[in-house]
Design a protein around this ligand. Structure first.
Ligand code: GDD
Length: 321
């Protein structure tokens, strides 16, 4: 039985990937962030090494990170530590324990930043946030460990990928949560930042297939994973509200708090290499993704409405903005 070790297993991608690996018959181990603040910094790397030596996984998927771009401007040092050095810590633990394993790094299309679209594996990085800079660092460290120590280490450069499991502070989910609540009369306004930014949005369930495929290849390489379509935040909001027979312009309010000091204007990926070498392509379309998210959040909003009507207060209603 193959064994996999997944960091960030409780996140959106971790949950889809764990399901995929279990379906393929893997024994799956996961690492999660502990929320208490024990002072274990100086021994944490021993724990990681012990863990890796004991599990001896065939494959490691490193998805854990501080992954919110806006938050990285408020917590740049923490982001550099977790998102940048976190990758180095795992690679060092692999090297020191000497385990033979394949390594997947969750690299990000944010690394392209200001580089004009379309972006592929040859596009020079122009990071525009502490998060993106930390991911660039991790990307190069993965390449260095591959070259220096002959590790099977790969970078999956994933463009944005969403689902009903997406965290509620990322823009797609923020929109589908709010729009469905507005539909049911739970709230009336949705506060957003820059509506003109464009993203290449795919379905997270499709994207984890690509992660697995990358580790089944003979040789390690780096791959862009994207849909090849780009849409603005405004268009995403417009479509979501329209599906609910609502006019986004009557409910969306621009709040400069959500602007970023430096923005990534357009992401549009060219996944030709992955299509050719991995035989991968996305299955869920932009419209299907929106349908899936709206449907799931409508169910959630109905439950909230029932609770509110029964006189209970509902923490989510406040938390979402
Ligand atoms: N989060 C958020 N909240 N974003 C907003 C809002 C808002 O209220 N209003 C406008 N936006 C814009 C952002 O400025 C950005 O241009 C775009 O919506 C997408 O923002 P996010 O959904 O937060 O995602 P991201 O593109 O910054 O980063 C995501 O994708 C990366 C891959 O390209 C994250 O998942 C990263 O971890 C990932 O690496």
């Amino acid at each position: 039985m193959k064994k996999a070790f997944v960091t960030g297993i409780t996140g959106q991608d971790g949950s889809y990937l764990a399901q995929l690996l279990l379906d393929k018959g893997y024994e799956v181990h996961g690492l999660i962030r502990r929320s208490s603040t024990f002072n274990t910094d100086r021994i944490d790397h021993f724990q990681l090494m012990d863990l890796l030596a004991a599990i001896n996984p065939d494959e490691i998927y490193h998805l854990g990170a501080q992954s919110h771009v806006r938050v990285s401007f408020d917590m740049p040092e923490y982001t550099g530590d977790i998102t940048g050095l976190g990758t180095l810590r795992i690679l060092e633990s692999i090297r020191k324990t000497g385990i033979k394993t394949k390594f997947y790094q969750a690299s990000s299309s944010e690394m392209f930043g200001a580089a004009p679209p379309p972006q592929n594996e040859n596009t020079p990085f122009q990071p525009r946030s502490p998060y993106a800079a930390a991911k660039v660092y991790a990307y190069y460290v993965v390449q260095n460990y591959r070259d220096a120590y002959g590790m099977f280490a790969t970078n999956g450069i994933l463009f944005n990928h969403e689902s009903p499991r997406r965290g509620e502070t990322f823009v797609t989910r923020k929109i589908t949560r709010a729009a469905t609540q507005i539909k049911l009369g739970i709230r009336d306004k949705l506060y957003l930042g820059n509506l003109d930014a464009k993203r290449d949005w795919g379905f997270a369930g499709d994207f984890v297939d690509a992660m697995w495929l990358m580790l089944q290849q003979e040789k390690p390489d780096d791959y862009v994973i994207a849909t090849g379509e780009t849409h603005s935040v405004r268009e995403f909001a417009e479509r979501v509200f329209a599906k609910l027979d609502l006019d986004y312009a009557r409910h969306v309010v621009i709040d400069p708090r959500y602007f970023r000091p430096t923005e990534v204007d357009v992401l549009l990926g060219d996944a030709s290499r992955a299509k050719k070498a991995l035989n991968w392509q996305p299955k869920v379309t932009f419209d299907q993704l929106i349908d899936m998210m709206v449907l799931a959040d409508l169910e959630l909003a109905k439950k909230e409405k029932t609770l509110l009507d029964a006189g209970y207060s509902c923490a989510n209603v406040e938390r979402i903005s």
